[in-house]
Write a protein that binds this ligand. Structure first.
Ligand SMILES: Cc1cc2nc3c(=O)[nH]c(=O)nc-3n(C[C@H](O)[C@H](O)[C@H](O)COP(=O)(O)OP(=O)(O)OC[C@H]3O[C@@H](n4cnc5c(N)ncnc54)[C@H](O)[C@@H]3O)c2cc1C
Length: 183
């Protein structure tokens, strides 16, 4: 089964004679690290054994969310969302990121209690997640028929487009003077 087709990135034709940092791997981690370094004025070359976003970074679900993740990572996630919100402007490209909000439906009272815990956790970070009744939830999704007790809506959650994000960031590296080398 063939995988998704990430947006293409044009390789740089020549190797730089000197760089400050070599980044190995052109997934979301490598391209993001390379961009942040190039943005700070370092000379960066990124090497990818296949092609940018050719592996897991184009195959995920694209969520950029805080809810239902490890609460110990909350500070990191809050800062990550801040970066995602400004990223298209910084790279001059399109990652597909939209802070569209995510609704988490709860099928049982126990699941709804869990959503209530998450609402409290998010409020500790001034994130105004809303607990919705069953009717409030279904009213937001006309035509949807689900046997649910309620839901949690977090307006701070969103998603990016996995086949676009790392390639767009790689092009941002090139725009900052870095180079991308693929097989
Ligand atoms: C089913 C599923 C759903 C997911 N959903 C989400 C989600 O919704 N939101 C989210 O944030 N995360 C999600 N993730 C996790 C996310 O996809 C990964 O954490 C992320 O893509 C890892 O990025 P990476 O750059 O470390 O790895 P990769 O994307 O795998 O990139 C590593 C790159 O390094 C290259 N490479 C390896 N070795 C070498 C070498 N020796 N020389 C040169 N290049 C090399 C590879 O070719 C590859 O391109 C999901 C994961 C799975 C499995």
């Amino acid at each position: 089964m063939s995988g998704p087709r990430p947006d293409p990135v044009t390789s740089d034709a020549t190797l730089p004679s000197l760089v400050d940092v070599v980044v190995i791997g052109g997934g979301i981690v490598g391209t993001s690290a390379a961009f942040e370094l190039a943005d700070r004025g370092l000379r960066v070359a990124l090497f990818e054994k296949g092609h940018v976003a050719g592996e897991q970074s184009s195959r995920n679900w694209g969520w950029v969310r805080l809810t239902h993740r490890d609460p110990r990572e909350m500070a990191l996630m809050v800062d990550s969302v801040r970066l995602w919100k400004g990223l298209n402007a910084r790279i001059g490209g399109e990652t597909g990121y939209r802070q569209c909000g995510v609704t988490f439906a709860a099928a049982t009272d126990a699941a709804l209690a869990e959503e209530r815990d998450w609402q409290d956790r998010l409020q500790d970070w001034q994130i105004p997640a809303q607990l919705l009744t069953r009717d409030e939830t279904l009213a937001r999704f006309p035509g949807l028929s689900l046997d649910i007790r309620g839901a949690l809506y977090n307006p701070h959650d969103g998603r990016a487009e996995p086949q676009m994000a790392a390639p767009a960031i790689a092009r941002g590296v090139q725009a900052r003077g870095g180079t991308i080398h693929q097989d």
